[in-house]
Design a protein around this ligand. Structure first.
Ligand code: KG4
Ligand code: ZN
Length: 387
């Protein structure tokens, strides 16, 4: 029997994405339309523009995902969509389109938490390559532009549950990258460019102090370092050279080759020291929580998990501590719909369908998300598996 096919849609922020995954394991297509060119003029995501761009992109992106997978819409066994957390206007575009497709082909609708998606990207990557899956319980560091959270992930067969062990109290790590890049006129988004420029500077040049957290030692805070970078810029009179760079670059996303000659050693040292401090903090808390929780593995995921330094540090220090670290390839780290299809798989197996009344949520804690209906809760839709 052929494996069930899930078409998934992701539209929680600034990527319009669709993917087809077979049997929760085989990636048949993964199409991502990035809105970066639209938002970079503003140095961050503009919610109204995001919704408009999703409306423009959703139909061709879904069509392309089906074409690349070599399948017809009528062959899908379920349609999945992200229903939160994210920008509600943006989420509604993908969710509403998923509802209409699900109705048109009379197949179940599965509503997926975006954060579960990032976690399941790790499993999908292993399954798709035919490699061993991480051991559970696992500690997942979901680190992106909107989130920096440590989850204890437990698994029973294909049922997963999640418990928050630590999270950011203010900015997410990716947000700090983006804000520091904006401040230093390095373009948007800041993560990839700081990742590359940091390799050219001295990471010990600026000794940023680590945020000490009262209460939960596994919580994060990244607003302090952003302010510390601003103060460093003011105290060292860097404003003029930053403005000169801003003028030289003009609007649009600068390439590394254009940026490099416009960055003096002081800027490169500052960027390297910033990255060093952020990565140190992420790695130390992740390993601390992993040891305390006694996990079998660490899952590193979300947009900032694309960071070369973070991947390297966490992988090598995890290995020293005897805890294997799994991080998906870059295309599955940043927002995509394949991860939504992967997180939808346990819901599909559990018959956890959503109804047409499913809503989109700006906030949607993962702790409340179970890939299993509560014992007294009947599936909320008209479909049954295999219908
Ligand atoms: O997961 P994602 O695509 O969207 C959210 O759910 O937020 O993450 C986007 C974030 C941005 O803040 C971006 O600057 C950051 O991930 N990012 C990186 C890197 N690539 C993307 N941060 C550090 N290093 C990178 N290489
Ligand atoms: Zn994300």
């Amino acid at each position: 029997m052929s494996q069930p096919l899930i078409l998934a849609i992701e539209s929680s922020c600034d990527e319009t994405a669709a993917a087809v995954v077979a049997g929760g394991a085989r990636l048949l297509s993964n199409v991502v339309l990035s809105q970066i060119p639209v938002h970079q003029l503003y140095g961050g995501v503009v919610p109204e523009l995001a919704s408009r761009e999703h409306l423009r992109g959703i139909v061709p992106v879904v069509r392309q995902a089906l074409e690349k997978a070599g399948v017809e819409l009528s062959q899908m066994d379920a349609i999945a969509a992200t229903h939160g957390p994210g920008l509600v206007g943006a989420l509604l575009v993908g969710l509403t389109y998923a509802k209409s497709i699900s109705t048109a082909i009379n197949k179940p609708l599965l509503c997926v938490n975006h954060l579960a998606g990032h976690i399941h990207a790790v499993l999908l990557d292993r399954r798709n390559q035919g490699l061993d899956e991480p051991g559970f319980p696992a500690l997942a560091l979901v680190v992106s532009g909107g989130h920096t959270t440590l989850y204890l992930v437990e698994r029973e067969g294909e049922r997963f549950s999640y418990r928050t062990l630590g999270k950011t109290r203010d900015d997410a790590a990716g947000e700090a990258y983006d804000k520091v890049a904006k401040l230093l006129a390095l373009g948007y988004p800041g993560g990839p460019v700081i990742d590359q420029l940091a390799a050219l500077g001295n990471e010990r040049a600026v000794p940023f102090t680590r945020a000490r957290m009262k209460g939960n030692p596994f919580d994060f805070s990244f607003s302090g370092i952003k302010t510390a970078v601003l103060r460093y810029v003011q105290v060292h009179g860097m404003a003029e050279s930053i403005e000169a760079r801003r003028r030289a670059l003009g609007p649009g996303r600068p390439t590394l080759d254009r940026l490099k000659p416009l960055c003096d050693p002081q800027t490169l040292d500052l960027v390297a020291s910033f990255q060093h401090a952020v990565v140190e903090d992420l790695v130390a808390k992740t390993l601390g929580a992993a040891n305390e929780a006694g996990v079998q593995s660490i899952l590193l995921t979300g947009g900032v998990a694309a960071n070369k330094r973070l991947r390297l540090e966490l992988t090598s220090r995890g290995a020293e501590a005897g805890i294997p670290v799994y991080a998906p390839p870059l295309s599955l780290c940043t927002d995509n719909a394949a991860m939504i299809a992967a997180a939808a798989w346990p819901l599909y197996l559990a018959g956890q369908w959503a109804g047409l009344d499913a809503a989109a949520y700006a906030q949607l804690p993962l702790d409340a998300f179970r890939s299993m209906p509560a014992p007294d809760a009947a599936p909320s839709s008209r479909h049954t598996p295999g219908e």
